[in-house]
Design a protein around this ligand. Structure first.
Ligand SMILES: O=C(O)CCC(=O)C(=O)O
Ligand SMILES: [Fe+2]
Length: 218
């Protein structure tokens, strides 16, 4: 839903920026359509199995590189062994534009070369515990895009998974970037707000994409 007053761009921590309503309605629709395709294969979206036997409550599919705890590979050896779908050039462009806009610096996106995207689908009950994105060897920023239901995104600190943290409401179309001093900060999603997706998206649940540079040899 469009807010009566535009929600402002907010610097949550050094290098961590929330840009509400960054994606147009058309771009949100395009992203949902693309995610529907990617969810079907070559590697189907699934609940990631954790080494200790649990499964994540979100469902995930990856582009470029496949992530499973706690490494990137080209093939999804814990799913069907297939090579993941390629990382599309248009998402690289979105990533570069995202950095320029988040950091209000046209140079900030120059040379950004994300080579993996993790696409997480949250149903009404899904959450993500506090963690660092630390399987990448590159310290380039993570670009996070949300479409569908809004959620509470908890952005913490680089030292511990506990407080201090800031709870940010991420709504459909919002951009969140964490780089620089915040690149290795703990973060998580304690709650999704079911039924809050814009009706025009025809989406039940929340999709989040994180674009990252793995730093791995291509
Ligand atoms: O869903 C989100 O907003 C965050 C996802 C996330 O932290 C991750 O995929 O590592
Ligand atoms: Fe993460």
């Amino acid at each position: 839903m469009d807010a009566l007053l535009p929600r402002p761009r907010t610097v949550v921590a050094p290098g961590a920026v929330h840009v509400p309503g960054w994606l147009s309605t058309e771009d949100q629709r395009r992203l949902v359509e693309a995610c529907r395709e990617w969810a079907t294969g070559p590697v189907p979206m699934r609940h990631t199995r954790l080494p200790r036997g649990g499964v994540m409550s979100v469902r995930t599919v990856c582009l470029g590189w496949h992530w499973k705890p706690y490494a990137y590979t080209r093939t999804a050896d814990d799913v069907n062994g297939a090579r993941v779908a390629p990382f599309p050039a248009w998402l690289t462009e979105w990533g570069r534009r995202a950095l320029a806009d988040a950091y209000e610096d046209p140079a900030a996106g120059v040379g950004y070369a994300p080579d993996t995207a993790l696409i997480n689908f949250y149903d009404a009950a899904a959450k993500m515990g506090m963690h660092q994105d630390k399987d990448e060897r590159s310290s380039a920023p993570v670009v996070s895009l949300t479409v569908g239901d809004s959620c509470v995104f908890r952005f913490g600190n680089t030292e511990t998974r506990t407080r201090p943290w800031t709870d940010v409401e991420l709504a459909s179309g919002d951009l969140f970037v964490f780089g620089g001093e915040s690149r290795w900060a703990y973060h998580g999603v304690p709650k999704v707000h079911p039924g809050t997706a814009p009706a025009t998206l025809d989406l039940t649940g929340r999709l989040n994409l994180t674009l990252r540079e793995t730093g791995l040899p291509s």
